[in-house]
Design a protein around this ligand. Structure first.
Ligand code: S3P
Length: 185
């Protein structure tokens, strides 16, 4: 790297960075860390949806159902992608929507944060705020969701396995990856 990678990314990237991937991989904490390093803003689409609805995601699922949540998720992400470049963390199911996938492909630099399923399970087991995992066998549910979504996650511009990394290590690796991507394009 001939130039400071952070400065290089700040100078050369003029679209939002959007993090996709399964629940529990660290999109929010890594996204916040990345935004801080770049001096960019950070938004988590789930938090924006909660602010709009005035209730937690789990209550939106219970009171209005997944379909309503997905509609709000789609409009929220499309809005966030129109704001000035920032780091956006998405909910794990955001890629299920075709229009969202199209907007991500065309208006952002997308990064798939991935991790081993056992690591994800350990992380999401710490609280029960994930409505889709309120099943008899959450590990099996997680694996099934992962397999269904993998094909969409794989479309991201870049990918990083966060399993063995601390948050700081993942942020550092992401900056190196983005630097490499921008140098090639
Ligand atoms: C979901 C993931 C959650 C949240 C909602 C649905 C999913 O976000 O959007 O519970 O479908 O995987 P995180 O990925 O931030 O946990």
């Amino acid at each position: 790297m001939s130039e400071d990678p952070i400065l290089f990314v700040k100078k050369n990237l003029n679209v939002p960075i959007i993090l996709v991937g399964m629940m529990g991989v660290g999109k929010t904490s890594i996204g916040q860390g990345l935004a801080q390093k770049l001096g960019w803003g950070f938004k988590d689409s789930d938090r924006v949806i909660e602010q709009k609805a005035g209730m937690p995601v789990s209550d939106i699922f219970t009171d209005f159902g997944e379909e309503k949540f997905r509609a709000s998720e789609k409009s929220t992400i499309l809005e966030l992608l129109k704001e000035k470049p920032q780091v956006i963390a998405t909910g794990g199911g955001a890629v299920l929507d075709e229009d969202t996938r199209y907007a991500i492909k065309n208006r952002a630099l997308s990064i798939w944060l991935q991790a081993d399923i056992d690591y994800i399970y350990e992380r999401v087991s710490k609280n029960n705020n994930r409505p889709l995992l309120q099943t008899d066998n959450p590990l099996e549910t997680l694996s099934a969701l992962m397999e269904k979504r993998r094909v969409y996650y794989e479309n991201a511009d870049l990918q990083l396995d966060t399993t063995k990394n601390s948050i700081d290590e993942s942020v550092y690796e992401l900056i190196k990856l983005i630097y490499g991507f921008l140098s090639r394009h």
